[in-house]
Design a protein around this ligand. Structure first.
Ligand code: AMP
Length: 597
């Protein structure tokens, strides 16, 4: 397919906010692509040239992209800038100029040719690479038609946000085959094990869904991590899953470690599947020494730990290890241990569908540890198997007294539910005794300019939301204007600069009363503590509308959920927008409040 044809599909997608219509457009596009084109096209639709977990950067700032465009079109940069200032959208500015400059010979490149050039842009490095990048992009701008150019430049610019998530792509793959979403669950299951949309799309296009069950984990493709359900007491946990293995809930950060002896390589992935290997040279070293396998995928929680006192470091100290610079120095100041609790794959065998007991037993066999916590880099998360409520509560209190967060109870025959929040793991944390049981992970959707003291920071209040999975939309729960330290306001402002967007993103559902001065793209996740979940007509989380009597407008039928006294606990850079608390969870927390009062 030609890239210009792809651009027409993208335009149709961009023009609608209906998830169903987007799904249909994507399905038609997928149907019309060659099998060999679908993989690269799914990447391009996300503004990328590789799966999300591979950090491929184009290395072209806006200025450089403008330079490439002007070189491609033989344009004076000042002229371009004047028009750009007026239009405010780089893609549309290039499109306009392309419409006017007709004399150039366009070659109508294929998707493949465009992908290849963009790939060269991203991989060019060293002396002369800047010029090479500019020339590649200039060549593309010269050869593509106006609409294609609009979308082309958005790719290296990093703003190709078409308002749909990976899940919509999975729906579209089902739609391509069956004309409905019925195959999504089976496609999604494979995607959880291999979250490479391109790989999954090509497999489905080539073989339908028959072989999806055989999709196995593979080293260096991160597996979507399993999450835990929650319950407020030991009694309820035992009632739910019976005899279970109880482990401490370590308050550090989750890592999935991939190791290949043949390649002599370790890669560490964070919860949001980011490759964070470079941050933890000490863990990499430990894994290389302590793993007894040719290939392995294991998971654990990295946390600062003092083997002398057997004390864990508080999260605020452990988190200092998440940094881009000064890594070696900080590794000495805050030494980490990896408390391992999962084996997902070893030497050609997937353990994902094995019962917990078997995974843990094989995990222990896969490590050569001295048993001396001062020497070993990896420690195994200790477990106690019990069906006694009282013992479980004691283990919980014990975990708290060690400075940990609580416990996680694991169902003995439970499988690893990749990418899902499942009842095979149940967390029990201290905050459950409070009125609302947990903190809520929210997305910052926009902000208002500040007045008074906070005018200095440029932000007075920010709007936060949760994720409504049924609608694939972010819906609001609070506007927060107090409780941040000066430093936190500053961090928020700096993080927001590159996320500003002139229009409210399609995926946001916001009441007029909650409109913001500045809208932000869905990226910044914050952990919010609140006293209570109440209901409010101006928040859209779970809100139901009905047509007014006249039928010309809508009125609130059921108010939405809102947070009472919300305050920022911390920034959660380790979470993606898709990982925030869902509407379903908030609904559950809302109901649980009544059980406790
Ligand atoms: P959540 O991801 O919010 O469901 O909460 C569970 C989190 O607890 C996991 O993502 C881990 O980062 C963390 N955790 C700490 N200790 C353990 C453990 N022993 N087993 C599983 N997860 C643990």
């Amino acid at each position: 397919m030609k890239f210009s044809q792809l651009a027409q599909y993208i335009q149709k997608i961009e023009e609608t906010s209906s998830r169903l219509i987007i799904t249909e457009h994507l399905a038609t596009l997928f149907k019309n692509l060659e099998t060999t084109e679908i993989k690269i096209t799914t990447y391009l639709l996300q503004g990328r040239i590789a799966p999300l977990y591979e950090a491929v950067e184009f290395g072209m700032a806006e200025k450089m992209i403008k330079k490439a465009v002007c070189r491609g079109l033989n344009l004076d940069c000042k002229l371009f800038d004047t028009r750009y200032k007026k239009i405010g959208d780089l893609g549309k500015t290039v499109e306009e100029f392309k419409k006017e400059i007709k004399s150039l010979d366009e070659k109508d490149l294929s998707i493949y040719e465009v992908f290849e050039s963009l790939y060269s842009v991203a991989t060019a490095s060293g002396a002369g690479s800047q010029d090479l990048k500019i020339n590649h992009l200039a060549h593309l701008v010269r050869n593509l038609d106006p609409l294609a150019c609009r979308y082309l430049v958005r790719i290296p610019l990093g703003v190709m946000r078409l308002g749909f998530s990976d899940m919509t792509v999975l729906d579209a793959l089902s739609w391509m085959i069956n004309g409905n979403k019925s195959l999504r669950p089976i496609i999604e299951k494979a995607y959880h094990v291999r979250p490479d949309l391109g790989f999954i799309a090509e497999l489905v296009k080539r073989q339908g869904v028959t072989n999806l069950k055989k999709v196995l984990p593979t080293v260096f493709t991160p597996i979507l991590m399993m999450r835990a359900e929650r319950l407020p007491s030991g009694k309820e946990i035992i009632e739910k899953i019976g005899k279970c293995a109880v482990e401490s809930k370590y308050d550090g950060f989750r890592l999935q470690a991939h190791y290949s002896r043949k390649k002599q390589e370790v890669r560490l992935y964070s919860r949001n599947l980011e490759n964070v290997t470079f941050m933890y040279p000490d863990l990499v070293d430990g894994i290389q020494k302590e793993v007894k396998a040719n290939e392995i995928i294991i998971e654990g929680e990295a946390i600062g730990f003092d083997p002398d006192t057997a004390n864990f470091l508080p999260f605020q100290e452990t988190v200092q290890r998440k940094r881009k610079y000064g890594i070696e120095k900080m590794a000495k100041e805050v030494p980490l241990k990896l408390f391992c609790f999962e084996l997902l794959y070893k030497d050609g065998k997937s353990f994902i569908n094995s019962p917990y007991i078997e995974r843990k037993k094989n995990l222990e066999k896969s490590l050569k540890l001295t048993g001396d916590a001062a020497k070993d880099m990896i420690l195994i998360a200790e477990e106690t198997i019990t069906d006694d409520t009282k013992q479980l509560e004691i283990l919980f209190e014990d975990a708290l007294s060690k400075g940990l967060e609580g416990i996680i109870a694991k169902k003995l025959d439970g499988i690893y539910q990749a990418g899902a929040r499942g009842w095979n793991w149940i967390k029990f944390k201290r905050s459950y005794s409070a009125k609302i049981e947990d903190t809520i992970d929210c997305l910052i959707m926009g902000y208002d300019f500040g007045k008074g003291k906070r005018a200095g920071f440029g932000i007075g209040a920010f709007l936060v939301g949760i994720f409504d999975e049924s609608k694939d939309k972010f819906v609001t729960v609070a506007k927060i204007g107090t409780g941040l330290s000066d430093n936190e306001w500053r961090t928020l402002k700096t993080q927001s600069i590159k996320l500003k967007t002139p229009k409210k993103p399609n995926q946001y559902e916001v009441d007029k009363a909650m409109d913001c001065d500045v809208w932000l793209l869905p990226q910044t996740v914050v952990e919010i503590k609140a006293d209570e979940i109440t209901r409010s007509p101006v928040h859209t989380a779970g809100r139901k509308l009905k047509p007014t009597k006249s039928g010309n407008a809508f009125e609130v039928d059921e108010p939405g959920f809102a947070l009472r006294f919300p305050r920022l606990q911390r920034f959660r850079d380790d979470k993606r927008a898709e990982d925030i608390t869902s509407l379903k969870e908030v609904e559950k927390m809302f109901k649980a409040q009544f059980k406790h009062s």
